[in-house]
Design a protein around this ligand. Structure first.
Ligand SMILES: Cc1cc2nc3c(=O)[nH]c(=O)nc-3n(C[C@H](O)[C@H](O)[C@H](O)COP(=O)(O)OP(=O)(O)OC[C@H]3O[C@@H](n4cnc5c(N)ncnc54)[C@H](O)[C@@H]3O)c2cc1C
Length: 531
């Protein structure tokens, strides 16, 4: 290593960002770390020193390499193209066998009943979610982007600026963008986590495998009541309605992400265990965002669709039948629940390997970056789910596992790399989910949330036709969730969450409808401006 480079790596390492807590893990924690104010300026002084000028794909040199072929990679590639810096310069190395696609589709339109026009590739390649040209495999060819499929990166040498892939390829990079996302948390093998019929959903191959199980499923168990659990349960309802599949019941067993274990609360006597049930060791659905009362409304909706919930049970293990496929869930209380298809949705972990050397965050997990997605090693960046970044508006470090952040972080990072852009990423947290959207569904469900779910809450409206929850902290409106909002109403949410106007809680509580509550919130914006 040259002495200049050594000095720069030392400088960069000494400026490594402090660790913080995950937005999702502990959004209300008082111990959230402050973002070091100096990091951005210091990083920028040597930002592009190590871009090597090499573009021939015929040899081992690549000017820009993106590792990962997911949401963030797709939008990063698009930004390279927009800057005229893709052709002959950009290489994407992916573990998957297909071009980047909009991952959220996998538990939504991908799982529609087979006669309800389920989404399939190339229908949801990158940009379907945000508009713009469809980035099919041909698009990458036309843009002169080299794609290496099904060849995960297994090694990194930061001194030689090289990557090693599983097939043994050696790739020299000028700038490296790590966009490896997350991997689904799994049940350990010793409790049956790898049995045939047990599914985890992270990529299109996982979703295909699930569909082949659903086609012959009789009894489906879903473990986890977060996004994946809620979306797959809604899909399972659709399969029951419209196919000959015997989906006799859907069962959700909730796993506690706080202790990474199944909570051993109420023991259900064997004889009291309902035939069709959803089981929770946690209190309610989507605990990290929904209030108990909001979750109750969603639970009721699922129940109306034939899904039952049973709370407070621990899983001992998953058991195989005589054919070796999963056949039952064994509970700690001695009960056995029959199931031929089990979907486990208990969270995900950032896919940091083999990049640990660039600097990890120990509390939110993932790779530490600054406000322009630079790691502590010059020329190496991380974006999307895997990046632990400064969440400027709340002055804390966060890792966000949502597609909106994957897109925006990729675009911000590549713009900063290729242009004079120097401003810090300023993200407003935004989450959404959509379920029961297939044709003929009894009710489509679509909610959006902007901001921070901190402080007290005010909930307005009946679930039918819509409901809104407002989070108020120190008299200011911090976050808003709206179910089934009109486009006009939805447009208001980010404005409210960004400006955080002071609101009169009592007035909001007295609103007779969601529309009236939103008008009160809108009016508080004017007060803020007047002040
Ligand atoms: C089923 C599902 C439903 C979702 N629904 C929603 C939703 O409704 N709303 C929402 O906001 N978000 C949703 N998300 C989250 C959203 O999809 C992610 O936040 C987003 O995909 C993150 O983009 P990413 O590029 O960082 O990671 P990913 O899209 O996961 O891409 C990572 C890529 O890197 C590859 N990879 C990993 N390691 C290596 C390696 N060593 N070498 C090469 N390649 C590697 C992976 O195979 C993958 O292709 C959902 C996620 C899933 C799994």
């Amino acid at each position: 290593m040259s002495s200049v480079r050594r000095l720069m790596v030392t400088m960069a390492n000494s400026l490594a960002l402090k660790h913080g807590l995950s937005l999702w893990c502990c959004p209300h924690s008082a111990s959230l770390n402050q973002v070091p104010k100096s990091s951005s300026i210091a990083f920028s002084s040597f930002r592009r020193s190590f871009v090597v000028a090499s573009s021939a794909f015929a040899n081992e040199n690549r000017e820009f390499v993106i590792v990962g072929g997911g949401n963030a990679a797709g939008y990063a590639a698009r930004t390279f193209v927009e800057h005229g810096m893709a052709d002959g310069k950009l290489c994407i190395v992916s573990k998957e066998g297909v071009a980047p696609y909009e991952r959220p589709a996998l538990t939504k339109a991908y799982l529609f009943p087979l006669d309800k026009k389920p989404a399939r590739l190339p229908g949801f390649h990158t940009c379907v979610g945000s508009g713009g040209e469809r980035q099919t495999p041909d698009w990458y060819k036309e843009q002169g982007i080299e794609m290496l499929y099904e060849d995960p990166v297994s090694g990194l040498d930061i001194e030689k600026q090289t990557l090693m892939t599983s097939s043994g390829k050696l790739l020299k990079y000028g700038s490296l963008i790590i966009a490896t996302g997350c991997t689904a948390s799994r049940f350990p093998e010793k409790i049956g986590g790898n049995l045939p019929g047990v599914h985890y959903i992270r990529d299109v191959a996982d979703a295909d495998s699930l569909i082949s199980s659903l086609e012959r499923a009789r009894k489906v168990v879903i473990v986890g009541g977060g996004y994946i659990g809620m979306e797959v349960a809604a899909a399972a309802v659709g399969w029951k309605l419209d196919t000959t599949v015997y989906l006799q019941f859907t069962l959700i067993l909730l796993y506690s992400t706080e202790c990474n274990c199944f909570l051993d609360i109420p023991k259900y006597p064997k004889q009291n265990l309902p035939d069709d049930a959803i089981i929770f060791p946690e209190d309610h659905l989507l605990q990290r965002l929904f209030t108990p009362s909001l979750a109750r409304r969603y639970e009721e909706l699922y129940q109306e669709n034939g899904v039952n919930f049973l709370k407070g049970v621990s899983i001992k293990n998953l058991e195989a039948g005589s054919d070796g496929r999963v056949a039952a869930v064994k509970l700690e209380n001695g009960s056995t629940i029959e199931a031929d298809t089990i979907i486990i949705g208990i969270g995900a972990k950032p896919a940091v390997s083999p990049f640990e050397i660039v600097g990890l965050d120990t509390s939110v997990g993932g790779i530490q970056v600054d406000g322009q997605f630079r790691t502590s090693v010059p020329g190496i960046f991380a974006v999307g789910d895997v990046a632990a970044f400064p969440l400027k508006m709340y002055n804390r470090i966060a890792r966000v596992e949502h597609v909106d952040h994957a897109r925006r972080s990729a675009q911000h990072c590549i713009k900063a790399l290729l242009s004079a852009q120097t401003h810090t990423y300023d993200y407003l947290p935004y989450f959404y989910s959509r379920v029961f959207e297939y044709e003929g569904s009894p009710r489509k469900v679509w909610w959006q949330f902007y901001g921070d779910n901190v402080g007290e809450t005010v909930e307005i409206g009946n679930f039918d036709p819509k409901v809104a929850t407002f989070w108020i902290d120190s008299g200011k409106l911090k976050g808003v969730l709206l179910e089934s909002g009109s486009p006009e109403e939805v447009k208001l949410l980010p404005v409210l969450a960004k400006i955080q106007p002071p609101v009169d809680k009592a007035k909001l509580q007295n609103a007779s409808s969601v529309e009236e509550a939103l008008e009160i919130a809108r009016a508080s914006l004017q007060t803020e401006v007047a002040v």
